[in-house]
Design a protein around this ligand. Structure first.
Ligand code: GLY
Length: 392
């Protein structure tokens, strides 16, 4: 029997489209502020967090031209300890947060020059980062290849297990009274120039005072969103491997180890559980999530150059996911030019890192109608200047 939206309509204060970690943290924080909140997603807790390695790498992933983003990344990194404590308590689950630091190393003279440049940029930006010789790097991490030429010790770049983070956010949302509608949001409903909800693929109508579009790489694909406020988000494929460190090899690595090898990033993220995550490719291939022999080969080849012993470890999983890339690699946070529609998307390489600050920013916007100071450079308005921002 077919249903019309009117036959099954649910009304909320806040409707979050997308139940990845960004949508979930927004919903959790909104519910804590007393808003009746619904999340629409076929599989809450899924999305890019199921693939991501979970590095909290504000300092080691600093890039030229991204100094404004650095401010937001650092603001979120500072919130992490309290965020983890609060979420652990709220969900009653361990998040795999590990304050282990990161070592970024160079394998040849080109990599070394690259790392020297990064170090200079970090120091100019007032960040804590220490240059180490190859010998000092190997003293810290004895499994490193003998040829390591030097590296940067960054004790403030930590890690979390994104799968545990996503699971805990689902539980915390449930406990805070968030309603989950398991299905695909198909179309934004716009009535008299105001977003009023969505219609799902099953034909259900979900109505809300405000709609937050937090659909990760899919954020630009919701039907009904006017072109001039549609988020300019594209999928950026990342292939990631998971290996297991048998107990007899532990501790294989004591911190995250990363490098740029022939221009490609490779990182090894060791979890306390014995999982070792190796990532990640960065490929502009549209909606393709195929794990390719070439992707796996390149990751293993580069990781092996860095840590030769890796080839002894069982390879337990290969997976590809899609980062939500924006034109300036920074997120879109806050109200759009369409009344009632807000965005929390475009987090690209930094979704896990930016989860705490995103939750706080979105809750602040929903509660006060104001974008907090730290998020002002990241409003969607920067990509649709012809529309004026609407009151929330
Ligand atoms: N931040 C790590 C990645 O996007 O691969």
């Amino acid at each position: 029997m077919s249903r019309t939206p009117a036959e099954r309509s649910v009304t909320s204060d806040v409707l979050v489209v997308g139940g990845g970690i960004i949508g979930l943290v927004t919903a959790w924080r909104a519910a804590q502020r007393g808003f009746a909140t619904t999340v629409v997603d076929p599989e809450p807790g899924g999305g890019a967090a199921q693939v991501a390695a979970g590095m909290l790498a504000a300092v080691t992933e600093l890039h030229y031209g991204e100094q404004t983003l650095l401010g937001l990344n650092l603001a979120s990194a500072r919130r992490y300890p309290d965020f983890v404590a609060e979420l652990t308590e709220a969900a009653g689950q361990d998040l795999g947060y590990r304050r282990c630091g990161t070592l970024a190393v160079a394998l040849d003279s080109d990599d070394r020059a690259h790392l020297r440049e990064l170090h200079a940029l970090q120091i100019r930006s007032g960040l804590d980062s220490e240059w180490l010789s190859g010998r000092e790097c190997r003293r810290l991490e004895p499994m490193l290849a003998p040829g390591v030429r030097g590296g940067l010790r960054v004790d403030g770049d930590h890690q979390i297990d994104p799968r545990r983070l996503a699971k805990a956010l689902v539980t915390a949302c449930e406990r805070a009274g968030v309603v989950f509608h398991r299905g695909w949001a198909e179309r934004l409903t716009v009535v008299r120039d105001r977003a009023t909800g969505v219609v799902t693929a099953a034909g259900d109508g979900l109505e809300a005072a405000r709609v937050v579009l937090a659909g990760g790489s899919l954020s630009g694909r919701l039907d009904g969103v006017p072109d001039d406020v549609r988020p300019p988000v594209r999928p950026v494929k990342g292939q990631v491997l998971r290996l297991t460190v048998p107990k007899r090899y532990a501790p294989f690595l004591s911190r995250t180890v990363r490098a740029v090898v022939r221009g490609s990033q490779v990182y090894l993220v060791p979890r306390e559980s014995g999982e070792l995550v190796v990532g990640a490719t960065s490929e502009e291939l549209g909606w393709d999530t195929t794990v390719t022999a070439g992707g796996v080969y390149e990751l293993l080849r580069d990781a092996h150059e860095l840590v030769p012993g890796i080839t002894e470890l069982p390879l337990t999983e290969t997976r590809a996911g899609l980062r939500p890339g924006s034109p300036d690699n920074a997120p879109l946070l806050g109200p759009t030019g369409l009344d009632g529609l807000l965005l929390a998307t475009g987090h690209h390489r930094n979704g896990v890192l930016l989860t705490p600050v995103t939750g706080d920013v979105m809750a602040h916007v929903l509660a006060s109608g104001e974008v907090p100071e730290e998020a002002r450079p990241f409003t969607p308005h920067r990509f649709s200047p012809t529309r004026t921002e609407q009151p929330v």
